[in-house]
Ligand binder design. Structure first.
Ligand code: ADP
Ligand code: MG
Length: 678
């Protein structure tokens, strides 16, 4: 980056140490930061409204000439009121200025001005209090509006930005080479900076913003493409083909076409010269686990170990059972490594793992962090990877000698986002449910219908089914806990007195959770009151009905995940959403979830309605924080940036070309900040 951009803002005319401190508060410390400090909005002074039509709550632009200035009135010490009447020949308006004698004095009768402010008064007598006043001869007809902090006014920022622009325009090199700009139809950086701050039209401002957002997305995408290109992707575990029927014929069911294809994707990849880095994406209940088990079996047949990481102990235990039942008959030795083991057992188990006495090791991430060693780990399987922090992912990848990676995700994110979350990986999609699955009938009702809903649940229990009641726990606090506990007691003593009601929440110890979950699986519990700990992966085919309380507090994708806990067996299944929130947005969301059973569509809607942060329903979603880009709005740009960065890296893997120099510097800087990178 050019030196001048790295200078402190103090270097800019009109910015002293005091102002520099204020700028620091809004995150601006260098000339570059100042240029990148984008307006949050613009006022378009070029399209005035006629005074006769001027009304309403929003500030308006009026172009009018001064008809008459009243003498200033000193109301009291420190308050001077000046009034002037303006006209635009459609009507008059009285403008009042408080303590602005200097501005008032500069107004000339008969001359045109542009006023910006809220119009008050009535149809007979229109008024404007303390509007912004500009000379109609002023060339800046589009006015930027910056986010402020105390002590920094719009004017101060505008002047400082002007100063910075005058300093750098003509001096700085564009970070993006001409050919990139041409192919993505982007304006030059100089043009973008001029137009984001002092646009001649709103279109100009829009194009400028587009370019600056693109810069941010391009550098980010370049970093991902660069890593992919330059990391060690040679496979240390080139595997041999195996008779897959040995695995498939031992299954209690036939794999669906897309399951088979996904499994095939994995085995082909593991036989190749490059390390596999693959995401299996598929809606809840589509059967991803079996595919992962097939991949682990394939590694086993080649004489290697696999590990399976789950985000929670419950899921680890469940995966353990699944993998064990699928693979043990085939001779695979499966171990479960969890935090609830006694220290001694843990040590013994770890020794056995290191000695190669197990082929598949299932556990939670905590277990793979420190002292776990493998004898020959060739495949790392993770479940719902976005629930792991970036560091944990890195730690796991460091195990073994660059093992193959397989990620299972039921969050059907678009590929553009997957790239950002997981880096550049290949994706297999399972887009069909196993034969015989019935869709889950979903209904949204208000609290008034609760009794009827419970009546319906009871009928299901009478028929031998089991059910869930899910309550959101906002922060897993004591009071939340009390709410859920007393709620479940109420159910156990009231509506469901004849049934066995269990309670499951995140504050319980792993052993307690396990006990409840197992009780539910064995059918000893009829109705399970639970917080979102049941959200991912828990598999009880006999559960056919779910009630979700305060359904409006969940994201759509999260609701979809939750409801995926039912409808996993042969029974017709139901999900009842209870919410008293009748806002249009909530009604719309409930409609979507009731009518759509396709997780991909739901995710798209969710993304539109709530943005990617909320979309994952967790702060640990792993998405980087962009300064200008907004992934809900700028998906298209992200896609362009990803395609561009791919072709840049293909043509110049190390970014060594002269015209790529600044891009390389910025990319490296981003990678050093590291935390955002996978
Ligand atoms: P998810 O994709 O949500 O992880 P699972 O792998 O947990 O789905 O599978 C859901 C249920 O469907 C499990 O009980 C599993 O045994 C069953 N299943 C998986 N594949 C098939 C299939 N091809 N035919 C019938 N049942 C299947
Ligand atoms: Mg699963």
């Amino acid at each position: 980056m050019q030196q001048i951009l790295e200078r402190s803002v103090v270097y800019v005319k009109g910015v002293g140490p005091k102002r520099a401190e204020l700028f620091e508060k809004v995150g601006v410390s260098t000339v570059y930061d100042l240029l990148q400090y984008c307006p949050r909005d613009y006022i378009d002074l070029s399209a005035p409204c006629e005074i006769k039509n001027a009304q309403g709550e929003d500030p308006l632009v009026i172009r009018a000439r001064v008809v008459k200035k009243m003498p200033p009135a000193r109301i009291r010490k420190g308050l001077t009121v000046c009034k002037a009447v303006f006209t635009d020949d459609t009507d008059d308006i009285t403008v009042t200025l408080y303590n602005q004698e200097y501005l008032f004095a500069s107004l000339k009768e008969g001359e045109d001005y542009i006023l910006y402010g809220k119009v008050a008064g009535n149809m007979v007598r229109r008024e404007m209090n303390s509007p912004m006043v500009f000379s109609a001869a002023s060339p800046d007809l589009i006015l930027p509006v910056y986010p402020l902090t105390e002590g920094l006014s719009q004017n101060i920022i505008r002047k400082a930005v002007r100063g910075a622009l005058d300093l750098v325009l003509g001096e700085v090199e564009d970070i993006m080479p001409q050919y990139v700009r041409d192919s993505c139809r982007m304006c030059s950086l100089a043009c973008a900076w001029e137009n984001i701050h002092f646009p001649k039209s709103l279109y100009g401002a829009h194009e400028a913003r587009r370019r600056l957002i693109f810069d941010e997305l391009l550098i980010h995408s370049l970093a991902i493409a660069y890593q992919r290109q330059n990391e060690d992707s040679d496979s240390n575990y080139i595997m041999q083909a195996q008779p897959l029927e040995e695995f498939t014929s031992a299954l209690p069911f036939t794999l669906t076409k897309t399951q088979l294809r996904s499994l095939n994707d994995c085995t082909v990849a593991m036989r190749g010269a490059h390390r596999m880095n693959r995401l299996i994406q598929g809606d809840v209940g589509c059967g991803k686990t079996v595919v992962a088990a097939g991949a682990a079996w394939f590694a086993y047949k080649n004489g290697y170990q696999s590990c399976v990481m789950a985000p929670t102990e419950i899921l680890a235990a469940q995966h353990y059972k699944t993998f064990k039942s699928l693979l043990e008959p085939l001779g695979v030795r499966v171990a479960l490594l969890t935090g609830s083991l006694t220290p001694k057992n843990k040590r013994v188990l770890k020794e056995q793992i290191a000695a190669g006495e197990f082929d598949v090791i299932v556990g939670t991430h905590a277990l793979f962090s420190e002292s776990t060693h493998f004898s020959d780990l060739a495949l790392v399987i993770t479940d719902e990877q976005h629930r792991f922090g970036v560091e944990q992912r890195a730690a796991l990848s460091a195990k073994g000698r660059n093992p193959h990676r397989l990620v299972m995700s039921a969050t059907p994110i678009p590929r553009t986002l997957a790239l950002i979350l997981y880096g550049d990986l290949d994706i297999s999609v399972i887009n069909e449910l196993p034969a015989g699955r019935k869709p889950i009938s979903t209904y949204a009702v208000t609290g008034k219908m609760r009794e009827r809903a419970f009546g319906f649940v009871k009928k299901q229990l009478e028929m031998g089914r089991q059910g869930y009641v899910v309550c959101p726990m906002i922060d897993e606090s004591e009071s939340d806990l009390n709410d859920v506990t007393s709620y479940s007691q109420k159910l156990a003593q009231g509506a469901f007195a004849d049934y066995k009601v269990g309670l499951l929440h995140g504050r319980m110890s792993a052993a307690e959770k396990e006990e409840v979950m197992n009780g539910f699986k064995r059918g000893e519990i009829d109705l399970l009151v639970a917080t979102t700990v049941v959200e991912v992966g828990v598999d009880v085919p006999n559960a056919a009905v779910m009630v979700i309380e305060n359904a409006d507090r969940f994201g759509l994708s999260q609701l979809h995940q939750l409801r995926g806990r039912v409808g996993r067996g042969e029974w017709e299944s139901f999900c009842i959403l209870i919410t008293d929130n009748t806002s249009p947005e909530c009604v719309q969301r409930m409609k979507i979830i009731s009518r759509t059973s396709d997780g991909f569509k739901i995710a798209e809607e969710d993304l539109k309605l709530r943005g990617p942060g909320d979309f994952f329903g967790t702060h640990q979603h792993g998405l980087p924080a962009f300064k200008l880009a907004d992934l809900t709005r700028d998906m298209q740009l992200l896609q362009t940036a990803q395609q561009m960065s791919k072709s840049i890296i293909e043509s110049d893997p190390q970014l060594k070309r002269a015209d790529h120099r600044i891009m390389r510097e910025l990319t490296q800087r981003l990678m050093q900040r590291g935390a955002e990178m996978t």
